[in-house]
Design a protein around this ligand. Structure first.
Ligand code: TRP
Length: 339
């Protein structure tokens, strides 16, 4: 999409783990699809990850891994503004400005902070703020600025992040209320890709695939590991010859997301007819996944090499991002009386 002519879709990806199949279906694939119709601005939210990741090597690794995964999955850095949040210092300048527009009560009501306090309460802690850092508390302000500084129209996020986008709209509203005669931030809308498809992938224990359940299949794990993990997906004890309901099978649900519609329809029919065992289905799933992912995996592995082109791509992305934010920041500074 050419710059200037289209609406802006923006999302941030927190580098707190290696991307897995669930991230691909729930976030990467829908965001790349949106990039066909929107001007896409996608970034690695490494400062957001700092609220939880304290191991520098790990943060470095996850940051590269997430960036490499998106590019290997088809993100074209020439078409998408793709950068690392920490490479755009203007975000922090605006973060202070917007913190001064943000009611403390609004932050008290943010889900992530409330959940952390609830956990302290359950653990019987006297001070409910025990172990909660200001990064977690201010998280929604930084996220609001990520969105507002890029003048995003839509923000594709998971359901858990919707409140944060609403908070961003609130904070923009507060600024606009005071300074709107001079400068107005664009008010963003959250969009939930899941709502279109209704798809969340089951993990290797049958619950929703999620890093916090430790049940994921990494998107670019080696072939042998992929095979092993597919074998671990739970199935029931229906005998091979019996008909099976594809829609209540975890294995089929994953297959359906990755296979062509012809292959998925064929497997569906074989399951319903009886005679197809779970082992057979798992072999099919492995084949489908491996066929789709192995070319992407090669690209991922090449990007993950120490001196690959990845760092240059991110540096070029940061330059584009910084160019974009300068006029926004300078108008906001002018509006508040600092320029
Ligand atoms: N908070 C988001 C998450 O946990 C990541 C994020 C940071 C983000 N900044 C953003 C998402 C801006 C959308 C827009 O996944």
């Amino acid at each position: 999409m050419a710059a200037g002519s289209a609406k802006v879709s923006l999302t941030g990806i927190k580098p707190t783990g290696e991307p897995h199949l669930g991230n691909y279906i729930g976030a990467i694939r829908p965001a790349l699809k949106l990039a066909q119709n929107y001007e896409a601005v996608y970034f690695i939210a490494d400062y957001h990850a700092l609220t939880t990741i304290r191991d520098p090597e790990l943060l470095r690794h996850y940051t590269r891994s997430v960036a490499a995964s998106w590019i290997a999955s088809g993100l074209d850095p020439d078409q998408v503004v793709f950068y690392r949040q920490s490479d755009v210092p203007e975000i922090f300048e605006l973060t202070w400005i917007m913190a001064c527009m943000t009611g403390k009560g609004l932050m008290n009501r943010a889900h992530a902070y409330k959940a952390a306090r609830d956990r302290n309460q359950e653990a019987g802690k006297e001070d409910l703020d025990t172990g909660i850092n200001m990064g977690l508390y201010n998280y929604p302000v930084l996220m609001a600025v990520d969105i507002l500084i890029m003048e995003a129209d839509v923000v594709p996020v998971g359901r858990d992040q919707m409140q944060h986008v609403e908070i961003a709209a609130d904070i923009a509203g507060s600024f606009n209320h005071v300074y709107g005669k001079s400068y107005k931030f664009k008010i963003p809308d959250a969009i939930i890709p899941d709502a279109d498809t209704g798809h969340t992938l089951p993990g290797v224990d049958g619950r929703k695939m999620s890093k916090s359940y430790d049940n994921t299949i990494p998107l670019f794990c080696p072939e042998a590991q992929l095979k092993k993990l597919v074998k671990r997906i739970p199935t029931d004890s229906t005998p091979v010859e019996d008909p099976k309901d594809p829609d209540s099978s975890n294995v089929f649900q994953i297959l359906e997301q990755f296979a062509t519609s012809d292959v998925a329809a064929n497997v569906r029919q074989r399951l319903q007819a009886g005679g197809m065992g779970w082992g057979d289905l798992k072999n099919q799933l492995f084949e489908v996944l491996n066929d789709q992912l192995s070319p992407l995996r090669d690209r991922y592995n090449a990007l993950m090499e120490p001196d690959s082109e990845l760092d240059g791509l991110l540096a070029a992305g940061a330059e584009k991002a910084r160019k974009r934010v300068l006029p926004v920041l300078s108008q906001a500074r002018k509006a508040i009386g600092m320029a």
